[in-house]
Design a protein around this ligand. Sequence first.
Ligand SMILES: [Zn+2]
Ligand SMILES: [Zn+2]
Length: 201
Amino acid sequence: MLVDYHVHVVAHGEYHYREEWLNQYLDRAQQRGVQAIGLVEHDQFKERIDWRLIEALKRTDLHIAAGLEIDFVPGREESIKRMIDQHPLDFVMGSVHFINDWAFDHPDHRAGFDALDIDQVYSDYYVLIDKLVKSRLFDIIGHLDLIKIWGHRPIKKDSLQHVQPILHSIKASPMVIEINSAGLRKPVQEMYPCRQIIEKM
Ligand SMILES: [Zn+2]
Ligand SMILES: [Zn+2]
């Protein structure tokens, strides 16, 4: 079964929840043989979501799920929980896009890698993923190894060694990891997560 649970209808704020716009996604999904689609905005755009429109566009031959992709930031657990409780969500994706205040996956902040110890960056990133998993707030972990986005690789330990300690907690949790092809279009040119991680799961 072909599914796509990572569709950002408003992208980074440049589009709107309009029937014609949403229908383009739904039509294309059906043309491509996708049987379930997850509309999942970044949480900073949650006010832009028209939940009733999503409900109104439901189709018999395409399952439509409504979700949020929420930035996991330690200390924000209570407000994340409230956010989840306040919206009619079918699923919640938790993602790490920030290390402290550094938006490491944003092209404007890519140079941040140059000044830092790459093994420390990997280790800081996976500490956050570990906390995300243990928070038990989410159903799906977004782009598990996003830290590789610009192609930086750790030196003292390999990528798998960095992620391995938390694979066990992921497996023991009710969460799933997404297989995300966006990385193929980024400098790293790999899916998130990489095949070796998928094979360990
Ligand atoms: Zn996303
Ligand atoms: Zn993301």
